[in-house]
Design a protein around this ligand. Sequence first.
Ligand SMILES: [Zn+2]
Ligand SMILES: [Zn+2]
Length: 561
Amino acid sequence: MLFAQDTGRHAMAVLSWVAGLVVLVGAAEVDQALIRREMEEAIASLDSARGYGAYEKSVDVPEQIVLAYEWAQGRAPDPVEFHTLLGMWPELGLKPSDLLSFAIRGKEPAITWEMCAAFIARKTARPQPSAQTKALAAALLNTPLGKDEGAGPAKSSAGRVAVKSEPGVAYNTYFGYLHAHSELSDGEGSPDQAYTSARAAGLDFFALTDHGELVLVWPWEDKWGQEQSAADRADAPGEFAALWGFEWSSPLYGHATVVNSEDYTDCVSSSRLVQLYDWLADRPDAFGRFNHPGYFDYAIADLLHFRLFDQAVNQMVGVECWNGDDGFDRYYYAGNWEGPESYLDRANLNGWRVGALGGEDNHRADWGRMGRFRTGVLATELTREGIAEAYMSRRFYATEDDNLCLDFRCGGYPMGSMLDGEARVFEVRAYDRDGEEFEEVRLYRNGQLIEARTVTGGDVVEVFEDASTDDCYYYVIVKQVDDSDGNGRKDEAISSPIWFGDLDGAKSGCYSPLFKEQPASAGWSNLAVLLLAAGALVTTTRTHRTDRTDRTDRTYKNRME
Ligand SMILES: [Zn+2]
Ligand SMILES: [Zn+2]
């Protein structure tokens, strides 16, 4: 489930402007109350026309998009802007006034009081579409966007930061996810209800990630601030980590969620995928994740089919292997764009370094209760900082069982590590807090199954070796004996990869410079140590944090350099 399915396509009301707008000029300070009153009158007038069937049929949506830009910006939209808004109408259930807000701010990241004042001062009446408007709309409608629109040249893989967690650390396992909606965009329920529900449902961590396109509306609606303050109220270090984020939701390029940024963007002001990646790269504490791949593969290739953009490789940390109540059948085993690879593998083979995760993507006020799918995170403490650091380090996995613990290591380095030169001896521990048993552990290299091993019991430790010295990545899938979600396939969990090699993009289609450092002296590459550390995995002790990080910039600084 992606968006709340409203009843039918929303009518696009005529942008019928009310007469008598007060002209606001020359004031040293804008009169916010006055501007708000004027704009709200205009908005009410625009939106009141929604829902009339006859009216809906009479509206020429392409023409109205062009007109809104001519009206508010004095220019026509470019083809990507035009097709983005056209696609957003049904997908996000836009109101006519939303269109006006997008047109007023154009490429700016937020609509300000000054923009509204200038708009009111400049325009006292809505212009009528001219013959030129109609011709332009027709031309834009007939401008096809190529599958590669905005893709740019293929990127090399230089200049990345490698991720390497410390070896031999015993982590706690926490369950949650970072993709959910509320009434701040197109979901149901308040932000406070969302965080409260998620915690009550037993999640350890959670983030609201409302659609950026609907968070950014009018200056008096501080929806982003509402999301942040709801998260602040819900956050309880050591007990429940409440993060915030937004979903960049392009009907042309697909969706991605960004968490741990001070501000936000959307698919109008950052209309191309590469602009989202640039935006992300300017905010190194933020991290992103690819959502429900395969959903938006029409006008332009969905997520540009994971074309590599170097600037975002470090920060795009994962791809959804489950979304809502769709599990691995859809997002790992079946759906893909062209070849037999899973989306997880397609992205990694293209040079991204993404792990396996998922999100409920709630739109129906059922946070934490939609099903049993979870993202499991290996962290040392249950705080925002701890969760953010674990995501940036790719220490997470996707699981169809809500309390399946999975630890996958090489030489003591946990999943998500980027290694070079370590012996390829892999340790896997899978444990279920309900005692549900496992029947299989499988090791994959570059998405290819290397070994499937039959196992028994509810607490499994297995060691695998691989003689390959190629540049490649490994992950494991563990399978249980039961089918808790009733989808006809037994529950599984997919680890995030461990990457190997002194790689560059030219070699084996893969990634790039990896770690050159030697592992810490306390080696962790023998089974005895594995068992000792693995035992600590299931500890229920949670570190209580009293020294809250200074969050003057309101992001949870991860401690990874
Ligand atoms: Zn989405
Ligand atoms: Zn979503």
